[in-house]
Structure formats: C-alpha cells, structure tokens
Design a protein around this ligand. Sequence first.
Ligand code: PLP
Length: 375
Amino acid sequence: MFKLQNLQSYRDENGKPWVLPVVRKMEKKMSEDPTLLHEYLPVLGLEQFSNASVSMLLGEDSPAIAAGRTFGVQALSGTGGLRIGAELLNKHLKYTTFYYSNPTWENHHLVFVNSGFTQPRTYRYWNPKTRAIDFDGFIEDLKNAPENSVIILHACAHNPTGIDPSQEQWEKIADVMEERKLFPFFDSAYQGFASGDLDRDAWAVRYFVKRGFELVCAQSYAKNFGLYNERVGNLAVVMSDARHAAAVRSQLTWIVRGMYSNPPAHGARLVAAVLADKQLFDEWRDHIKLMSSRVMGMREALRSELVKLGTPGNWDHIVKQIGLFSYTGLTPRQTEHLIKEYHIYLLKSGRINICGLNPGNVEYVARAIHDAVTK
Ligand code: PLP
C-alpha cells in the first residue's frame, strides 16, 4: 500500500519524516543555553527572525530593504502569515475581493473569508488537456478583475499542480496587475525547498518588488526547515513609502494582539540562529538541496519508468513540475483503478505527493499507472 495522496510533508527514501540535522544540532545547543528563557516575545515576534526572513525573501542587497520600505512580522507559519496579511488588507485597507488560482491550496479560501473578505473569485490556472498553465485564461481573468482586488500568487512550487509561470509569464502577469491596479499577495511556502536554490525560488517576488509593487508575502519554514509543527513563519510587507511603515506596523500589532497576543519563540529562535551563522546556513542549504534533489530524482524516475514501459501519453509534465506535488493528469477512473487494484492511494484529481515515491516502489507505481492508462 502506497499513500501518495494526503501526505503534506517531506519523507525520506524510507518513507520516514526527516528532522534536519542542523535543527537537531541547534535544539541540543538551545536546550543547554541558560540565557534562553520562556518570557513572552513582543507582539510582532522576534525582530532578528523577521528581518532575516525578509532578507532571505528579497535578497540581502535589496534596494527596498535599504530604503526602509520593508518589514516583517513573525507569524504562525505560512497560514498565520496569510491570515494576518488578509486581516490587514480587509480590516484596515478595506479590500473585499480576492482571487485564487483554480485549483489552489485548499485553505486559501477559508483563511481569506474568515478574515472578512466577502468576494471570493478564482482565476484559471491549470489546463488538464495540455497539463500546463492555462495562461491565456489566467491573463483574461486578471484583465476582468475589478480594480483593487487582491490576487493570491504562489511564489514558487504551485500547490497542487507543481507548475509555475515562466519568467516571461510572470512579466506579463505583472504588466496586467499594474494596469488593472491589482494587489499581489504572495504565498511563499517552499522557498529553497522547491529548486534547492533560495534565490531562484524567490525570483517572482523580487521581480514584483523591482517593478515597484506594494505587496505582502506569507513565508513558511514548515517545509524548508522541516519545522511543520513549530509554526514558524513571517509576513513580509513591502511598501512604496517608508513613512507608512510605522502606521502599518501598528495596525498589525492590533491584529495580532486581538488574535493570539504574541507568537511562540522556539522555532523562530532556531531559524534566526541558522540564518545568522554562515556555517549553519551552509549546512541548511545543503539539506534543502538534498530534499529538493530527492524529489526531482523521483520525478525523473517515474517519468523514465513510464517512458520505458511505453505508457501512452506524454509524461514530461512530471519533470517540468516542481515541489512536493504533481498533477499526474490521471483521470478519476484511472485513479480509482490504482486504488482498487494496486492499493496506491491518490486524490481523485490525480494529485500525488512525490515524496510517497522511493527507489523501492517507483517501478511498481509506474507499472500500475501503465495498467490504468491502457485499460
Ligand atoms: N501555502 C501553501 C501553498 C501551502 O502548500 C502550505 C502548506 O502546505 C501553506 C501555505 C501553509 O503551511 P504552513 O501553515 O504549515 O506553513
């Protein structure tokens, strides 16, 4: 029995959760540090952590950071960043319409509606026929969006399809959003984890900042640090004018104060320490490279098994996609066949978590897919 469906996290080659060695090392060190107390953090969290997060997202040499036009707020992982960002946009800045991709991560709708947004809309994203982005549909939907709509954009490794816009496509998206006065809300849940390269995975966000957009971005350390249950995240805020920073910080302070008072310390201390130390940072970078290359290796292996078997259809999309998830393009009938006949569990939409694959089962899975497709 292979579970390729609801798994939301990374698994190693033996199908086991993986605690990053640099995390283990830091936790040991922290447990022996008598200066680490259990006092409350400030409402907006650990400043060293949120500054390091903004810098990781925008690049150390970002002119926006140098100009004082950015700041970060520690959040309860990526979901918490989305929530406080959405509260800010709705309660204080009066945005009411938000757009998310069809399909998207299942929580976007709920988080935004619960934050007060009353007009949920979708933009076209996945074209099942081409197994690629429906780019014309995407652009048309943005062109028809009312001014001042908030557009949720996956910074990289789109969940659930695994397909990201190309750089040229991002440029076009930015053109339309600028023209239509749409507000970008980036969701960055996979920086570094997706391609193994922190800068490459932040390209789209940095591009929008360079173009002069004001934006917010929810950052998560669940996947790239494997700190799923520690709820370590950040909301990065980029403004056009540094003079507004104090006012926006104060609005966010009220939002957090009224929701959970202040965030937890452990994970943020750990991440801040790793990001601040060259040697620890390099160790961490090796870990994210290892995780992303295992995922990419399994994508390659699955595709090559299918090609070897001569399974009808084109399977290139499996390697063109990035991150944990793959929209295989299998139909509901084919997925049912895999479940019933082979005990390979995946979503009706054909989405699998690539981490469910390992060198020991990938051939079996490919044979099963072959059987389902040729039945
Ligand atoms: N956004 C996307 C696209 C995700 O895939 C996830 C997690 O799977 C999240 C946000 C939030 O994750 P977390 O709140 O655990 O950081």
